[in-house]
Design a protein around this ligand. Structure first.
Ligand code: ATP
Ligand code: MG
Length: 645
């Protein structure tokens, strides 16, 4: 039995904070620098940090080119689609060629250093080529999750102002084709900013209407650039590599902006110390092994641990389009066996889906190559953790982080020293992170073990952490660094506790975001969409615990014209109508599972919606402190609405 965190890791962590520059200069040797950095951590404009300023590097070089000499013939990208039945491997040499072709096309379409390229794509290899091609030429990519519909996409187009959009005819889910092009066209029509060109990959899944002078077919342009050589553009370490939007509780997406050099170092270090550690203190490199993250390139896990992290480490990475249960629930384990996956990364929600399947699927394949299964994105409940741990007989390693951090904040760094995971806890603060629990109202540190507070990070934050909110430095400071009275600390907006051994437990979020089957949705965004329906006066959306999906959205609506809603069929019609509105604006993922009609919404005296109280009622819990409620009968209305069904 492994023991709790030992002295070797404690010392490693202490050094990362107390001897910061020396510590990270050492980690920086894990990546290539075209020109050395002048300083390690420049915190003179804190909380804005410059990591490795003056150092010239390139993310694509570190992910692809630098491996060519030693492992050009080794697999780099393994793409598997159980939607279209395709399965193909690109070696590092082949990946290098494809990325150059894509880079050449982007250059030909007018993309230059610092220009934004919005990538709205399904899980196809061209999406990875496009990301790496942007990095290669110093363009800033902004990947938008393919499940988003036109309003969400239009918002992100307006914020990122891309010169070029890279997209495809369609995605596919459970065998059902989802046409992207009409959604993209509608988004561009809605957006104030108009991208100059749109590059389209035609998978032959859905017809496309091309806009003359704007839309271009990827295959034709690629043909023109089969042999074009595009060298890596050396950029300063602080040059932005990408922006990625969070789900956004305010309704307006936050564009998390990430640098280049700090990110490369953070990922390289995390692959070594956290994700690919065979034994403690192992100096062996995971190069040549296979990493399998089941996330989507539209999320931060996809950026860090489908595309950049594994490639920076010289590994093969699996990019998977499809469901975990199609053609059957053995598909992921088949991939583990076939490609000798050594580390796998998924979300608890996927495991809950697998748990409902026949356990025989877990025993059909040889999983001996697999060393550990990493889970992140939402709280890992004990039954799920125990079930999967026993079913596959491998360590289950929870890890807690955010789009903002780019890599784990809390987990176990088994590469430094093996330690036991505790059920229900993602682990301890990672090197570089000074994580604290503080009292939200007084801003004081909470030292007493097992006492609930807000999880915050004392600056400076480590490499890889967000640089700022894209084009909104003020928002970065106000939102993240000034929310606690009297303190300048980074607020994670999550509640947590720390036990006597130093392990953290996450108790939920302090803001209002719901998590449907691993996809994060801002309640505010759904509310805004529902509000656009002509017969909706007011709406509150809450996330309600669901055994399978983690959470589902439930909407409470005050209708403008309630006179027609006395009859059940009329209510059902309006409910269906509202769901359709959300489907077309945000996508089916955001659709509330139920829409209830009430006369009034419970609010505080200051007019703030009491979402937590509504949520408590939906989950049959005590609604808690209601001293600030304006009209207590509104709560009864919520109870009645749920009870009436
Ligand atoms: P927004 O910031 O726009 O509200 P979001 O917070 O939902 O979006 P992400 O950055 O993808 O988007 O999610 C990070 C959050 O997910 C964390 O703050 C935490 O609430 C939750 N989370 C992630 N990993 C874990 C984990 N291992 N255990 C518990 N919670 C987790
Ligand atoms: Mg968040």
């Amino acid at each position: 039995m492994r023991t709790p965190i030992g002295t070797a890791y404690r010392e490693f962590h202490r050094r990362s904070l107390e001897d910061r520059d020396a510590f990270w200069a050492e980690q920086a040797r894990l990546v290539d620098w075209h020109a050395p950095f002048a300083s390690v951590c420049d915190a003179s404009r804190s909380p804005f940090l410059n990591w490795f300023a003056g150092g010239m590097t390139n993310l694509c070089h570190n992910a692809v080119d630098r491996h060519l000499a030693a492992r050009g013939a080794q697999p780099a990208l393994i793409h598997v689609s159980t939607e279209t039945g395709s399965e193909r491997t690109w070696t590092y040499t082949e990946l290098h060629a494809e990325v150059q072709r894509m880079a050449a096309v982007l250059l030909a379409l007018g993309v230059g250093q610092g220009d934004r390229v919005l990538i709205y794509m399904p899980m196809i290899p061209e999406a990875a080529f496009a990301m790496l091609a942007c990095a290669r030429i110093g363009a800033i990519h902004s990947v938008v999750f393919g499940g988003f519909a036109s309003v969400s996409l239009a918002n992100r187009i307006d914020d990122a102002e891309p010169k070029v959009v890279v997209s495809a005819d369609a995605g596919s889910r459970a065998g059902k084709v989802l046409a992207y092009k009409p959604l993209l066209d509608e988004a561009i029509a809605r957006a104030a900013h108009k991208p100059a060109r749109v590059l389209l990959v035609d998978r032959g899944l859905a017809p496309m209407t091309m806009v003359a002078g704007r839309d271009e077919l990827h295959a034709a342009w690629r043909e023109q650039h089969l042999e074009t050589v595009v060298p890596c553009t050396w950029v300063d370490s602080t040059h932005p590599s990408y922006t990625l939007y969070t789900s956004g509780t305010t309704g307006r997406p936050k564009g998390v902006q990430r640098d280049t050099g700090g990110y490369a170092v953070a990922l390289a270090a995390s692959m070594k110390h956290i994700f690919c550690a065979p034994q403690e203190g192992a100096q062996r490199s995971p190069a040549g092994e296979t990493f399998f993250s089941t996330s989507d390139i539209g999320w931060v896990v996809g950026h860090s641990y489908i595309v950049y992290g594994p490639l920076i480490a010289g590994m093969a990475t699996i990019m998977y389009e499809g469901l975990p249960i199609r053609p059957d629930a053995a598909i992921w384990w088949r991939l583990v066996e076939q490609y000798k996956v050594t580390a796998m990364f998924t979300a608890p929600t996927a495991i809950r889906v697998l748990k409902k399947q026949d356990p025989k699927f877990l025993r059909q394949h040889d999983l001996s190559s697999l060393r550990a299964l990493f889970l992140a994105g939402e709280p890992l409940d004990e039954p799920t953790a125990t079930w999967i741990g026993e079913a596959i007989g491998k360590p289950i390693i929870d890890n807690y982080w955010q789009t903002e951090s780019g890599w784990p904040i809390l987990t176990i760094a088994n590469g430094i020293e093996q330690a036991a995971s505790k059920l229900g806890s993602p682990g301890v603060p990672m090197y570089g992170y000074d994580v604290k629990i503080i009292d939200e109202s007084t801003g004081r540190d909470i030292e007493t073990p097992n006492t609930k507070g807000v999880v915050v990070i004392e600056g400076p934050t480590p490499p890889g952490f967000m640089q700022t909110v894209w084009r909104d430095d003020a928002r970065f400071v106000e939102t993240y660094w000034k929310s606690i009275p009297g303190r300048t600390v980074y607020n994670t907006f999550d509640w947590g506790i720390r036990d006597a051994d130093g392990y953290f437990f996450i108790l939920g979020r302090t803001d209002d975001v719901i998590n449907v089957a691993g996809h994060r949705l801002g309640t505010r965004e759904i509310e805004e969409s529902i509000s656009s329906h002509p017969n909706v006066a007011e709406v509150a959306v809450v996330g309600v615990g669901d055994a399978l999906k983690g959470q589902v959205a439930m909407a409470f609506v005050v209708a403008r014209d309630a006179s027609a809603l006395g009859e059940a069929p009329a209510r059902l019609r309006l409910e269906g109508d509202i769901m359709k509105t959300v489907d077309t604006q945000l996508g089916a993922l955001a659709r509330p599972s139920r829409v209830f009609f009430v006369n009034a919404l419970p609010k505080t005296r200051s007019g703030k919606l009491l979402r937590r109280a509504i949520q408590a009622i939906c989950e049959h819990r005590d609604p808690g402190d209601l001293t600030t409620i304006e009209d207590p009968t509104a709560l009864q209305g919520v109870r009645d609405a749920i009870g009436a069904t």
